[in-house]
Design a protein around this ligand. Structure first.
Ligand SMILES: [Zn+2]
Length: 170
């Protein structure tokens, strides 16, 4: 094996630095949500979102680890390539599919801000899932007096005199 050239060496160093930056971005999501590990982040996500969102992790090994998997507690930020959030909407056969964000897409940003940029991306992702779940809920959870069932569900009528636009309460 020939000795490493300076170029190869510095490319290797860059990769190490990028790996560390990405692990720190993932760690920031845990820290910012009072989670000592991903199992806790998953539970908090369920507990503190209206739609009971759940976590998915894409690992560098290309494995996927979904909410409720006992491995969630053991996974380290450095193992994680991307974080996904999705939701199953209760009472209907519908779900908001997991959407993933990847720290490596943000590496071009200002080094000082990477953690904040990624945190904002995570919080925006959770909010998108909440909105999508709310839309599905509103399209399917009208009360009997809201109007006709459109085959998929009964859309809530905001003018409904019976439920006052609240729809059915599970
Ligand atoms: Zn109604």
């Amino acid at each position: 094996m020939s000795p490493m050239t300076w170029e190869e060496y510095s490319r290797g160093q860059d990769a190490v630095a990028e790996g560390e930056a990405m692990a720190e971005m993932i760690q920031a999501v845990l820290d910012d949500h009072d989670a000592e590990n991903f199992a806790r982040l998953d539970r908090n996500l369920y507990k503190y979102t209206d739609c009971g969102a759940s976590l998915g992790l894409e690992l560098w090994s290309d494995e996927m680890v979904w909410s409720g998997d006992p491995r969630m507690a053991e996974i380290k930020p450095g193992d994680v390539k991307g974080i996904g959030v999705g939701s199953i909407v209760e009472g209907v056969d519908a779900e908001v599919e997991h959407e993933f964000i990847y720290p490596d897409r943000f590496l071009d940003g200002d080094e000082e801000d990477l953690k904040h940029i990624f945190l904002a991306a995570y919080d925006a992702l959770v909010e998108r899932v909440e909105e999508a779940a709310r839309d599905i809920w509103n399209q399917t959870h009208g009360c009997d007096d809201c109007g006709p069932d459109d085959g998929w569900g009964r859309p809530i009528n905001p003018e409904c005199k019976t439920c006052h636009g609240e729809g059915t309460i599970l």
